[in-house]
Design a protein around this ligand. Structure first.
Ligand SMILES: Cc1cc2nc3c(=O)[nH]c(=O)nc-3n(C[C@H](O)[C@H](O)[C@H](O)COP(=O)(O)OP(=O)(O)OC[C@H]3O[C@@H](n4cnc5c(N)ncnc54)[C@H](O)[C@@H]3O)c2cc1C
Length: 390
């Protein structure tokens, strides 16, 4: 691995800093400093305003090719962008599912007409996307999905239900997996549709999580007509789209930096509480630090592979697993540091850091489930990498 940056990469960093610092100042002057990324609402007016600013500056869709309105940035430039944003604690933009998952799928599997129609409004966030994969009976075993799409002339008629659909209540469009051939083996009868969330027959029920937020939903489809032109990829080959989407969901430098920040905050908390000399706690803090650095090196190893044009290795699953486990452990260390005070929520006179840690101790659990559970990552590593029996 080469840890240094080229002169071109350093020039990119300087160009970015010259844009980022004044724009962030202006944004904060208007929207305030309350930009803790953990409690930001992904579609809040402040996040949307920041997104529009990034878009106007040409900083959205760095990894997208220029022909589709992106910046065509190299992998290292993308890493530098994330580093700089995290360093300044810049808010994230909106439409992450559209930009990171749906856009690349449309570029890869879509027709020219679909690319012309959908890509630009994804970048500008004029159209917000959600991902309709999981169902009440199909999460880890996604290929068991039952939402069906029946061929009816120029349209598919979709009936069924999706669950845990993040941001569906704000979404204009959905990347939807449906069963188009119930007779075929389960992986072979699935197709992928681009569905207008404003279509008649769609009902959205928000699901309140234990943090009190309702970021995700159950979505009901009752004979929803989806034009055939909205089929993404070939009929009954939606599983390829699903697998490709999931590979974009796991790992990456953003997770590394998010974990480092969580660990740094936990270390700060230990210092503030005067407990950084406690020998048992010191071991736990050291382990958090070691694990976060191990994750960073594993992500860089995956990046090196990518830069050499090699196929992805086991790093995606390793990163997902180490990230979710270490993040959870950091939240648990904070719980031990604060004792019962960790239960005090935002607004309470005695809440530490305005309830940040109360929120974290509940919020942290999501990462071991979303995008493929820890157990599933272990199965992938055990069966595909270590060659263990099922
Ligand atoms: C914050 C968050 C956001 C999400 N956003 C979306 C979204 O936008 N769109 C979407 O489609 N989905 C979304 N999901 C759903 C997520 O993908 C599923 O929750 C996840 O895949 C697990 O599926 P499940 O909940 O059905 O659990 P199940 O698959 O029922 O699993 C239940 C338990 O059994 C274990 N298990 C299952 N199978 C095995 C096995 N073979 N071996 C060992 N253990 C096993 C699991 O690890 C888990 O502990 C989101 C989830 C979360 C937490």
């Amino acid at each position: 691995m080469d840890f240094s940056y080229t002169p071109q990469e350093e020039a990119f960093r300087q160009e970015l800093r010259a844009w980022l610092e004044p724009n962030l100042r202006e944004h904060r002057a208007q929207w305030g400093e309350d930009e803790d990324e953990f409690v930001q609402h992904p579609s809040s007016p402040a996040s949307l305003a920041w997104h529009k600013r990034l878009y106007a500056g040409g900083w959205v869709g760095l990894h997208w090719p220029r022909q589709y309105g992106g910046r065509g940035a190299t992998l290292m430039e993308q890493v530098i962008f994330i580093e700089e944003c995290m360093r300044l604690r810049a808010p994230a933009g909106v439409n992450g599912i559209g930009i990171n998952l749906v856009g690349p799928m449309i570029m890869h599997f879509g027709t020219e007409e679909q690319k012309r129609r959908y890509l630009q409004p994804i970048l500008s966030a004029d159209e917000i996307w959600c991902q309709g994969f999981s169902e009440p009976g199909a999460g880890s075993d996604l290929a068991s999905l039952q939402t069906r799409a029946i061929d009816d002339g120029d349209a598919f008629v979709v009936t069924g239900t999706k669950i845990w659909t993040s941001n569906a209540h704000n979404a204009d469009w959905c990347l939807l997996l449906v069963r188009t051939d119930p007779q075929a083996p389960k992986h072979k009868g699935i197709s992928c549709l681009l569905v207008d969330m404003h279509s008649p027959g769609i009902r959205i029920r928000p699901l309140v999580q234990m943090t009190g937020d309702a970021e995700f939903n159950q979505v009901f489809f009752d004979e929803v007509r989806v034009p055939k032109a909205n089929l993404l990829g070939k009929l009954n080959e939606g599983w390829r789209v699903a697998i490709s989407t999931l590979s974009h969901e796991r790992g990456g430098m953003r997770a590394v930096l998010r974990l480092q920040r969580m660990v740094d905050m936990t270390l700060d908390l230990a210092r503030q509480r005067g407990m950084s000399r406690d020998p048992l706690l010191r071991q736990q803090l050291a382990q958090l630090y070691i694990d976060s650095q191990t994750l960073r090196l594993t992500a860089l190893r995956a990046l090196t592979r990518q830069l050499r044009g090699e196929p992805p290795g086991p790093e995606g699953s390793i990163q997902k697993l180490v990230f979710s486990r270490t993040y959870m452990q950091a939240a648990q260390v904070a719980e031990r540091l604060l004792g019962p005070y960790v239960q005090l929520w935002k607004g309470s006179a005695h809440a530490v850091a305005d309830g940040h840690w109360a929120f974290q101790s509940l919020f942290a659990r999501r990462y071991g489930i979303a995008g493929g559970t820890d157990e599933i990552q272990k199965n992938i590593l055990g069966e595909r990498q270590l060659g263990l029996p099922r």
